[in-house]
Design a protein around this ligand. Structure first.
Ligand SMILES: Cc1ncc(CO)c(N)n1
Length: 223
């Protein structure tokens, strides 16, 4: 029997080019090829710390929407709660890693692309944004990092040893399983969503992909 094609599958096929642009960005390729400029890595590290801090209230809002969405016989709340817990760990990791690289987190100024991405996250916190739409953004944000960093850990990669731990953070298998759980949540929601919500959710996915590309650009293009 042929498995049914899910909505996310349709979207990923349709927007493959933009999706690959986000998951196979020159910044990621430079890590994978081992010719990353360490100052670009440090820029990314400091900026991503700021992003992750803004990501926390967004994920909390998705959690709230999952809870209020009430027919949660599927354990959405627990999956998302796992994401919140992982973020707590992630923030400690950023502090440790920044210290290691001599990056002063307290003096980091968010760059324009980061500010715009954080503002976008804030707009999604609004109760007027449906659970389905917010969950699509959440799934996409996590999955782009998972796929990007997993790419740097493939057998033929030349990722510098000192960056392997960073790649492991998002590229590891259990983070991959978590992303799959998010995808299942999203597909289950989309299955019963109105056309209007599906349209909004797809547009939100595209915005996430664009913001992710801009975010990588911010680190990569600095000289
Ligand atoms: C910009 C960005 N996107 C996604 C993630 C994944 O959590 C992250 N840490 N930063």
């Amino acid at each position: 029997m042929q498995a049914k094609i899910t909505v996310t599958e349709t979207w990923l096929r349709k927007h493959r080019h933009l999706y690959d642009g986000a998951t196979r960005h020159p910044f990621i390729r430079s890590i994978r090829d081992g010719n990353i400029d360490i100052s670009a890595f440090k820029t990314w590290l400091g900026q991503d710390y700021i992003f992750v801090r803004a990501f926390v209230p967004f994920v909390a809002s998705v959690l709230t929407k999952a809870y209020k969405g009430s027919d949660d016989g599927n354990g959405d709340v627990e999956v998302i709660l796992g994401g919140v817990a992982a973020l707590h760990d992630e923030i400690s990791w950023f502090k440790k890693e920044a210290f290691k690289w001599g990056v002063q987190l307290s003096s980091i100024v968010p760059q324009k692309a980061n500010q715009e991405y954080c503002r976008f996250l804030e707009s999604l916190i609004s109760p007027e944004v449906e659970y389905t739409v917010a969950a699509v953004a959440f799934w996409a944000i996590e999955t782009i990092y998972q796929e990007s960093f997993a790419h740097c850990l493939e057998d033929d990669s030349k990722t510098p040893p000192e960056l392997k731990e960073t790649c492991q953070r998002w590229g590891n298998e259990s983070f991959g399983e978590y992303c799959n759980s998010l995808r299942n949540i999203v597909d289950r929601q989309l299955e019963k969503a109105s056309d209007d919500v599906i349209t909004k959710a797809e547009a939100t996915l595209l915005r996430v992909l664009e913001h992710e590309v801009d975010f990588w650009n911010m680190s990569h293009r600095r000289t």
